[in-house]
Write a protein that binds this ligand. Structure first.
Ligand SMILES: *[C@@H]1O[C@H](CO)[C@@H](O)[C@H](O)[C@H]1NC(C)=O
Ligand SMILES: *[C@@H]1O[C@H](CO)[C@@H](O)[C@H](O)[C@H]1NC(C)=O
Length: 404
């Protein structure tokens, strides 16, 4: 029984691969029968001087030879055509499609094609067309349904579950497919996988949710409606950098430019999670950069929408954790933190005196010295940019203090 299951999943993977690679490289020439026929005719008529796409001014009585020369001349689309003609079976086509990079084998297959006459080539092309029709490429919706059915099946193996999620990850990239995910009953099963005991599964499902909701208000609201944000915020506390990073990715995609999402983030205490990431010394700095980036993004959204949904951005303790990050030794982090402070300073809800109480002035001055004196030679240019930003923040801060 389990064998059958595994087999069908493998088939699905092959279908996905096939769909992805065939559409680009094999189907294209096949779908252009006119162009293919023209090439073939040019070859067929080639008794004397032949000027075709295959190479100008070649003599050739032997039609096969001409095709061969076209190959060595390396004309892009013509070459692809010939490879398409060289596949006698779906399996060999598959092998090629999934990136068979054995050059000897490719050469052999190309050589086989070169032995064919123009008529035979045409016939071959017809055969492949028929084959494609028989194969009946499954639609993306079909593939999504199979993956969703797998996710809903509590008796499939962990491996098959992970594979189903990975297939969905690819499938939900186009916005139309992402919009279909809930209609096909797939959103809830993916959200449920956020609770899986297996970390890899949790990571991949967060990834799917982030990808599906990216720049997509419909899917954002569907996921928020199912209450997935609470779970993602918890995942942000994970001691696994990878898991916390994917949770942050999904959260960012969910609440970006979305007022509902930002309100939910606030009520789920998302700011405490961000603060946890910012203040912990033993957290991967890449994760901290992602968190700071999210802070800037949220502040900019508030600035542009004039909608103060996120009071934590002006919270005194939160500001402290942001300012404290400037004491680290990481130029890239400095830049991101300065950008965040710049955006936060512009918020009307921010009190400059809160920054003052965390000695922003002194921190900025020390950072200036550090950028000047401690930067390795190969980073001087970047340090110059960061320093310009630092001065900008300093000016903005002083102005805001005066306005009080
Ligand atoms: C669920 O998976 C098991 C094990 O792979 C399989 O035997 C069974 O047919 C599947 N059930 C459904 C409804 O697909
Ligand atoms: C938010 O989280 C912090 C830190 O865990 C906690 O102290 C605070 O009580 C929480 N607030 C709410 C409203 O849950």
């Amino acid at each position: 029984m389990a064998k059958t299951r595994g087999h069908s999943s493998k088939r699905l993977t092959r279908h996905v691969l096939l769909a992805v690679s065939l559409s680009v490289s094999v189907l294209l020439p096949l779908l252009l029968p006119a162009a293919a026929a023209t090439t073939a005719v040019a070859v067929a008529e080639g008794d004397g001087e032949i000027k075709s796409a295959l190479g100008a001014g070649r003599h050739g009585k032997d039609k096969g030879e001409l095709v061969a020369e076209g190959d060595t001349a390396g004309g892009g689309s013509v070459e692809d055509d010939e490879f398409a003609g060289g596949f006698g079976s779906l399996d060999s086509m598959l092998q090629w499609a999934i990136g068979n990079s054995d050059p000897e084998k490719l050469k052999e297959e190309a050589a086989d094609v070169q032995k064919l006459s123009a008529d035979e080539l045409l016939k071959r092309r017809e055969e492949i067309k028929e084959l494609m029709e028989k194969l009946k490429m499954p639609s993306d919706a079909d593939l999504m349904k199979i993956a969703i059915a797998d996710l809903k099946n509590s008796s499939i193996s962990l491996e098959d579950r992970q594979r189903a999620l990975q297939e969905l990850l690819v499938l939900v990239e186009p916005i139309d497919n992402a919009n279909d995910l809930d209609k096909l009953g797939g959103l809830l099963p993916v959200i449920q996988e956020l609770n899986n005991a297996d970390e890899e599964i949790r990571i991949t499902s967060a990834w799917v949710l982030g990808t599906a909701s990216q720049n997509n208000a419909l899917v954002q609201n569907q996921i928020l409606g199912y209450g997935a944000l609470a779970r993602l915020v918890k995942m942000g506390y994970s001691s696994s950098t990878e898991e916390a990073a994917k949770a942050l990715y999904a959260i960012s995609a969910l609440i970006r430019n979305n007022v509902n999402g930002q309100e939910a983030f606030h009520s789920e205490n998302g700011s405490a999670m961000l603060q946890h990431i910012l203040v912990s010394d033993n957290i991967d700095v890449r994760l901290q950069k992602k968190a700071v980036f999210l802070v800037t993004d949220l502040a900019d959204f508030q600035l542009n929408s004039g909608n103060p949904q996120l009071p934590f951005l002006s919270d005194r303790l939160f500001l402290k954790s942001v300012v404290d990050m400037l004491s680290r030794f990481d130029l890239d982090l400095h830049e991101k933190v300065l950008l965040a402070i710049k955006s936060i300073l512009k918020l009307s809800s921010t009190d400059a005196e809160d920054f003052e109480s965390h000695d922003l002035e002194g921190v900025l001055l020390r950072l200036g010295v550090q950028l000047e004196d401690l930067t390795p030679e190969d980073q001087k240019e970047f340090a110059g940019e960061v320093d310009a930003l630092r001065r900008e923040v300093q000016t903005l801060f002083q102005q805001k203090l005066k306005q009080k």
